[in-house]
Each structure stands twice: as C-alpha cells, then as structure tokens.
Design a protein around this ligand. Structure first.
Ligand SMILES: [Zn+2]
Length: 286
C-alpha cells in the first residue's frame, strides 16, 4: 500500500504567501522574497549542454543555477555569486526551477523502519518555498557562550571536495565567524558540537530535511531523512533525457536536425509528438 498523502515537513520555515506558480513551460517564477527569477530547465536550447553529474553536485548545481536563474531585470547571474549562495539559497533556487516547469510534487520512496512496508511519500515542493534564511545568525547556549555562525555555501562544498571533506570539528570551526570576545578552544568546541549541529539544522531545515510520515500498514511514525538536492538533480536529469528522447523521435519522423528541434518551444515539440503518436496509431494525421 502506498501513502500518497502530502507530508508536512517538520520544523519547516514559515510558509510564504506564494499564490501562483507557472504551469506552462518557459514561464518564469520569482523566488518569494528575492529579486531572482527562475526558468525551467529545457526552456532554452543550450540547456542540453549542461552536464548533470551527481558525482559533482556542487558544480552541477552552480551550472544549473547560472543557466536558469536571472536577476529581476532578466540578466544572468554572475557565477561567483551563485557559488557564494548558501546551500539553503541554492536549494530554494532549484525548487523555483522545478516549480517553473509546473512539476511541484516529488515522489519519495522509503520503507517502514518497523515492518519494512514500502512507502511512497508525495512531497509538495510548494510547501517548502520560503525566503532563503539569513546566511549568518547569532547562537547563544544559555550559559554565556555566544557564537556568530554562518551557513555553508556552494564554494565551501567545492573546497571541501577538492581538499577532502574536513573532520566534523574542523567543518564546524569553519562555520564559526566569531566567538564573542574570547577565542574558542578545541575542547570547548567538541563539547558544543551537538548543540551547534542542532542550531544549524534549526536555522536551515531545508539542507538536511527531515520528513514525518506514517506507515500505511502498521501506522508507525517514520522520520525520513530527505536529501532534497539529489532528488531535484535526478528530476532534472530525467527531464534532460526526456528532451533527448523527443529529439530522437522528431528527428526520425521529420528529418529535422537536433538544433532545429531544440530551438522549438516545448509546447510545439509536445504538439508534434502528440500528432506523431496519433498518426502512428491511426495511420492518419489529425
Ligand atoms: Zn510499518
């Protein structure tokens, strides 16, 4: 049995009052509070050249956002700016791209931790849309300790990949921008590690998203860790492969070149494919 109900994300940011998202290909959507705009992947012919490599997610996300996000005037973003966005902002932008394609629901597969029943959870991405959270925030432990923490950026990921992922303590240290007026000793940091982890998770629940869903067979409440970025990238990779499949069909039927087919807006490709299928089924053009 499958649970197809929409799942409420736990500890999510307040929902933003976004009332409409484009349902048609090629339209743009605005992030709710930022000056950025997203277009759907595949709405420009050059999108087929973007390498979607799940083995190098930092570079893949940067390439996608640099291609599909623009400022309020429609100008492309500087790639350095995209690298310097926090992981939270990069995720919000990927969500905006997916919503611009009119495809708001992710189907997540998991199994119940109690009875092993297969579960499918439908996650409506519109529920996750929110203003990107502040890149920095002050955290206090209630015992006089005050730290300025920052969220990791795309650039951090790139450096960590290149130099090797740092030890957890080193990673956290790199996210502490100031420790009030006293230097932080390693032993103090080690003691604070779990609390700082929790503080980062609470400030940015999107990057390490946790969902709650009940098992349709035994009713057990399961906490599901959801790597949103990988699900979104897999979806973009499927879209890109689907575009190439369209090219094969249309090139075979009409002898058009790849560049001619990619230059067509998606609604026209869809129309030709539909008519082609009808002709193949009935032997006549509609
Ligand atoms: Zn169960």
């Amino acid at each position: 049995m499958l649970d197809t109900s929409l799942t409420e994300p736990r500890a999510m940011n307040p929902l933003d009052a976004v009332t409409s998202f484009p349902a048609q290909d090629g339209q743009q959507t605005e992030l709710p509070c930022g000056p950025w705009r997203a277009r759907s992947l595949g709405s420009a012919a050059a999108d087929i050249d973007i390498a979607i490599d799940l083995g190098n997610r930092a570079m893949t996300v940067t390439s996608l956002l640099a291609a599909c996000m623009s400022d309020a005037q429609g100008h492309p973003l500087d790639i350095e700016q995209v690298w310097n966005w926090t992981l939270n902002q990069r995720l919000q932008a990927l969500i905006a791209m997916r919503l611009a394609a009119g495809n708001p629901v992710l189907a997540l597969q998991s199994s119940c931790t109690r009875c092993d029943e297969a579960m499918e959870t439908a996650l409506d991405l519109r529920m996750l849309v929110a203003e990107p959270v502040s890149p920095r925030f002050i955290w206090r432990d209630g015992e006089g300790m005050e730290l300025m923490l920052r969220l990791p950026t795309g650039r951090d990921l790139e450096i960590w990949m290149k130099d090797g992922i740092p030890l957890h303590g080193q990673l956290l240290m790199s996210l502490i921008e100031s420790a009030a007026d006293r230097p932080l000793e390693l032993s103090t940091l080690m003691a604070l590690e779990p609390k700082i982890d929790d503080a980062l998770q609470a400030h940015d629940p999107l990057t390490a998203l946790q969902l709650q869903t009940s098992c349709p067979a035994c009713g057990h409440e399961n906490a599901i860790a959801c790597d949103l970025e990988v699900h979104l990238l897999e979806g973009f990779a499927r879209d890109q492969a689907g575009t190439l499949d369209d090219v094969i069909q249309l090139a075979g039927a009409f002898r058009w070149s790849e560049s001619e087919i990619l230059a067509l807006p998606r609604w026209r490709r869809t129309h030709y494919l539909r008519q082609l299928q009808r002709q193949q089924e009935t032997g006549a053009w509609a």
